[in-house]
Design a binder for this molecule. Sequence first.
Ligand SMILES: C[S@@+](CC[C@H](N)C(=O)[O-])C[C@H]1O[C@@H](n2cnc3c(N)ncnc32)[C@H](O)[C@@H]1O
Length: 220
Amino acid sequence: MKIDILTLFPGMFDGFLSESIIHRAIEKGAVKINIINFREFSKRNNHQVDDTPYGGGGGMVLCPEPLIEAIDSVRKENTKVLLMCPQGRPYKQEKAKSLSKESHLVFVCGHYEGFDERVRAFVDEEISIGDYVLTGGELPAQVICDSIIRLLPGVIKENSSEQESFTENLLDYPTYTKPQEYRGLKVPEILLSGNHAKIKEWREKEQRKKTEEKRKDLLN
Ligand SMILES: C[S@@+](CC[C@H](N)C(=O)[O-])C[C@H]1O[C@@H](n2cnc3c(N)ncnc32)[C@H](O)[C@@H]1O
C-alpha cells in the first residue's frame, strides 16, 4: 500500500513513522508513506497558504489552490483521497478494514480554522475521528493510518487482528498473563485448565458480558 499525507507540519509525523509496528511495517515494505508539505504548492509571496475568511470571522482559512494542486500531483487512477474533517463520517473499525484493501490513500490534513469549502469537491471521502475539534488533521491522519497499517498482511500476527474488539460488534474478551496472582487478584481458573473448548466458550460468554456492560449500543 502507498500512503501520501498532505500537511503543513511534516515534523508531527516523525515519531509516528520511526517507532514500533508502523516503523517495522515500513521497513518490511508493507507500506510506503510520503509526507508532503503542501506549502510547496503555494504560488503566493512567502508560500502563504492561508487567508482571512470572506464574510468576516476569526482565524485563518486554508486557501484552495495549494491543497487542490497537491492532491492533483499525487492522484492516480486507483487513488482514494480522504479529507480529515470533524464534519466527516465518524471513523469505525469496519472502515479501517475496507481502507486496508485500497492500494493508494491520500490523507489531507486541515489546520487553523479549516480549509476553503471548495476543497471538498476534490476529495473522495471526509472522515472524522470523533465529535470533538482538534487543532489539525495530523493526529486524525495518524490514528487512521495506524488502524489501517496494522491490518495489512504480515504487519501483525494474522490471528491478533482476527479476534479483537469490534469484530462481530463485540468487545474483546479479558486477557491475562503471568503472574497467576497479583495483589490478591487471580487469573480465572478456566484459563489455566488447558481445556480449549471450555476456554473458547468462556471467552465468548465474557465478550458478550463485557459488551453488554460497556457498549450496549454495539449490540443493537
Ligand atoms: C480547528 S479544525 C477546523 C474545524 C472547523 N472550523 C469546524 O468547526 O468544523 C482544523 C482541522 O483539524 C482537523 N480536525 C479537527 N478535528 C477533527 C476530527 N474530529 N476529525 C478529523 N479531523 C479533524 C481537520 O483537518 C480540520 O480542518
